[in-house]
Design a protein around this ligand. Structure first.
Ligand SMILES: Cc1cc2nc3c(=O)[nH]c(=O)nc-3n(C[C@H](O)[C@H](O)[C@H](O)COP(=O)(O)OP(=O)(O)OC[C@H]3O[C@@H](n4cnc5c(N)ncnc54)[C@H](O)[C@@H]3O)c2cc1C
Length: 387
């Protein structure tokens, strides 16, 4: 979108026949909302039912509420002091419509799976099953199995967690049990992330994501009776009373989670952004957000190169310097720390962790510093400072 707004010709090749409609990310942090606002998308996200949640909680599965964090503490730092919840598959139609109606220099072709990318001294040749295209640069935004990243010959370093994550959702309203719109439940076995998302409209649905062990059979785990049992276990101490004793369930899926960062984000005429460049667990809602931060960062540089003849080698290096270390220092570190904290098994360490989180939330100075980090304001500002 940013490139189209600067009248740069762009061809988007998407493997699927249409936009996908699956349960993925759904929380946008303040700097991301600011970026989407500059693209004209934020207003439409609200119109599509996006839910601003200023509070998020840390809870213990048995003891209940541990800490409540209030993003209003950042009201002097951002115009959007909240997390905006909207499913990823509700944002993509907004962006596609904006592209089609406002940026004539951008063309989107569906059903075009990229199979090969070959850079040379003048440009890049991109092949799909049926066509060959030429461009000056290729940006790989095609997820963890990136063809562009492979063509760059860089590693995707890190690891894949043993446990998988099951995401389910219920229209039973957890607000009624004292839940804030976003929350994390700590437990050595049955930890979970809980998010209120708009779905097709008010009152919205609650997404609950929890781990399943490597030995567990996926089909078995997705049986309705097992999902019900698990939800009662996770939410039990909050005393849920769904009608007829059954949570009304909606979407379910199971996915694998990686912690990986490519060893280089831009080389020659090739660039990677989003999951093609990095992947992390969903605890903290950092994956999609940081991918948008990459895209906005590299777009500004490509505009400088395209319109003002800036040196691409220098600016691609700067993109790599600005974004790659940020992923290690902030995104990987935070998402891994969040997971370890939620699943901590040592009762003494668990108690210390929860007490520490409560103390932070209750002290406005510490809470503000913590929220600057967890809402990704620090990582975006730090990247911008890197020369
Ligand atoms: C099931 C699931 C649940 C998730 N839940 C959360 C969550 O709760 N919170 C969170 O923060 N993150 C979550 N994530 C991660 C988050 O969705 C990703 O970080 C985000 O989607 C990354 O966006 P992206 O555009 O980089 O990649 P993707 O969303 O993966 O998009 C890549 C696109 O490229 C297309 N493509 C792939 N290969 C090719 C090719 N060769 N040629 C052309 N097109 C291609 C794909 O069809 C797809 O449309 C989840 C991911 C999954 C898979």
């Amino acid at each position: 979108m940013s490139l189209g707004m600067a009248d740069i010709p762009v061809l988007v090749l998407e493997a699927e026949q249409q936009l996908t409609h699956d349960l993925r990310a759904g929380a946008f942090h303040p700097p991301t909302i600011e970026m989407l606002d500059r693209l004209g998308a934020a207003e439409r996200m609200f119109a599509a039912g996006g839910l601003p949640h200023a509070h998020w909680q840390l809870r213990d599965r048995v003891e209940g509420l541990v800490a409540d964090f209030d993003l209003n503490l950042l009201a002097d730092e951002t115009r959007f002091p909240y997390r905006l919840h909207l499913e990823q598959h509700r944002l993509t139609p907004i962006l596609l419509d904006l592209i089609r109606t406002t940026t004539p220099s951008v063309e989107v072709q569906f059903g075009q799976r990229v199979t090969a990318v070959n850079p040379d001294s003048d440009g890049v040749t991109v092949e799909t099953a049926s066509d060959t295209f030429r461009g000056r640069y290729a940006i790989g935004c095609e997820g963890v199995r990136s063809v562009v990243r492979e063509a760059m010959g860089v590693n995707y370093e890190g690891f894949t967690w043993e446990d998988r994550y099951l995401a389910t959702s219920t229209s039973y309203q957890l607000h009624d049990l004292g839940f804030a719109g976003a929350g994390y439940i700590s437990d050595p076995e049955a930890w979970a992330a809980v998010f209120h998302v708009p779905d097709t409209g008010p009152p919205g649905i609650w997404r609950i994501v929890y781990p399943i062990g490597p030995e567990v059979d996926e089909k078995q785990e997705l049986q309705p009776e097992n999902l019900q049992k698990k939800l009662f276990h996770i939410l039990g101490s909050a005393n849920p009373e769904p009608p007829g004793g059954v949570f009304p369930l909606h979407y379910n899926s199971i996915y694998r989670v990686h912690q990986r960062v490519a060893t280089c984000f831009a080389r020659d005429r090739l660039i990677v952004a989003g999951d093609a460049a990095h992947a992390n667990n969903p605890l903290g809602g950092l994956g999609l957000n940081s991918g948008i931060h990459d895209a906005v960062n590299i777009s500004a540089k490509l505009i400088e190169i395209w319109h003002n003849g800036a040196d691409s080698v220098e600016l691609f290096d700067r993109y790599d310097r600005q974004r790659r270390p940020i992923h290690h220092k902030h995104i990987q570190a935070m998402s891994i720390r969040n997971k370890r904290m939620l699943e901590e098994r040592d009762p003494v360490v668990r108690r210390q962790n929860l007490d520490e989180q409560r103390a932070i939330a209750e002290d406005p100075v510490r809470a503000r510093a913590y929220l600057m980090e967890t809402s990704m304001i620090n990582s975006v500002r730090e990247a911008a400072e890197i020369e």
